[in-house]
Design a protein around this ligand. Sequence first.
Ligand code: ADP
Ligand code: ADP
Length: 229
Amino acid sequence: MAGITLRNVTKTYGKGKQALQVIHGVNAEIADHEFVVIVGPSGCGKSTLLRMVAGLEEITGGEIDIGGRVVNDLEPAERDIAMVFQNYALYPHMSVFQNMAYGLKIKKVPEAEIKARVDKAAAILELGQLLERKPRQLSGGQRQRVAMGRAIVRQPQVFLFDEPLSNLDAKLRAQTRIEIQKLHRELGITSLFVTHDQVEAMTLAERMIVMNAGRMEQFGTPEEVYHRP
Ligand code: ADP
Ligand code: ADP
């Protein structure tokens, strides 16, 4: 069970006269295994909402619950999430294998377990032949798959994607989108994906949360959202 529940979530930046409320009472229930896209114009609060789920931003009011557990007071490392950013940085001096294994090594996961997890992720992402290469010996698409591999090996209950495609050219964006869909079919990890791009949202979303000026305006399948009279 790893759904995500948002209960009357609010966010205010700053205090006193400087206070600016940027999220107004968002309620949403994301089911286990579901792929939900948060879409809306720049500045509407998408990234703030995602960062509150990640634990990178404090929650001002309300409650966020991951897998049946209130996470308001939990550190990012305690939340069982992995986040994929638009600017993924691989360690240039490490091989593909070492890049994917690094987070697990720090957590002192046993070597055999690390190898098994990296091999499995590499198979899914078609990186099996590239494990000994350095990042500079990879194409842009391969590098991005390594960045996703690093997230997968953590075996999170939840994936959080913060505009991971927005810095890519059109061809690589389309490729990576297909890669993410494949990943979701194979692993079924509950996912929250933020984008300002409506086409991207429609293609990827099982359901979408449409944000505007800090409020959730709609929550439904792409058909429900776009064919509403
Ligand atoms: P989006 O991701 O939809 O572009 P954001 O969540 O980044 O929107 O921002 C929502 C609002 O909160 C914007 O008005 C933005 O200027 C403001 N904001 C974001 N981060 C901060 C911050 N650290 N301090 C103050 N205001 C912020
Ligand atoms: P550890 O996983 O042992 O905490 P890392 O160096 O992997 O060590 O991560 C340091 C911090 O950054 C931790 O709080 C971790 O949860 C967080 N972190 C690292 N990678 C990710 C990721 N892909 N998604 C979300 N959080 C991450």
